[in-house]
Design a protein around this ligand. Structure first.
Ligand SMILES: [Cu+2]
Length: 134
């Protein structure tokens, strides 16, 4: 083979390998993160009290809130991470929160439901908040 064509072929091969590794890393990394995830932190919501929820990395803490059916849930969300996040819960959603920002939402819960962060990929990487009935 001509030397130039050979070099070009190797360069193409290198690019293809880099692309494959990049795609593989994007698909495998979230699973590795999930595997290392800490156990759920459960909070018992009491009527009339605001539940303080922090964002740490790609996680809501607590990430499980137990409430009574029909209870009004007041959530104060504090983004302590270093990326922008929000929380979608039922028909409500917080503002997009930059690092350090807070917002408050109130939702009346009558069934178990799941909230999540709407930023691309965050929900898929486990950024969810489970509301359970007790
Ligand atoms: Cu997020």
């Amino acid at each position: 083979m001509d030397k130039q064509i050979q070099n070009f072929t190797w360069a193409l091969f290198g690019l293809a390998m880099a692309a494959v590794l990049t795609i593989a890393a994007q698909h495998v990394a979230p699973q590795l993160l999930m595997a290392e995830q800490q156990p759920a932190q459960v909070h018992q919501a009491q009527a009339g009290n605001t539940v303080q929820v922090r964002i740490e990395g790609l996680r809501f803490v607590p990430d499980v809130i137990e409430a009574a059916p029909g209870q009004q849930l007041d959530i104060e969300l504090h983004n302590t991470g270093d990326m922008t996040h929000d929380l979608v819960l039922g028909s409500k959603r917080t503002a997009l929160l930059h690092p350090g920002q807070r917002d408050h939402i109130s939702v009346t819960v009558d069934r178990s439901m799941q909230g999540w962060c709407s930023l691309p990929g965050h929900r898929q990487q486990g950024m969810v908040l489970d509301i359970r009935m007790r």
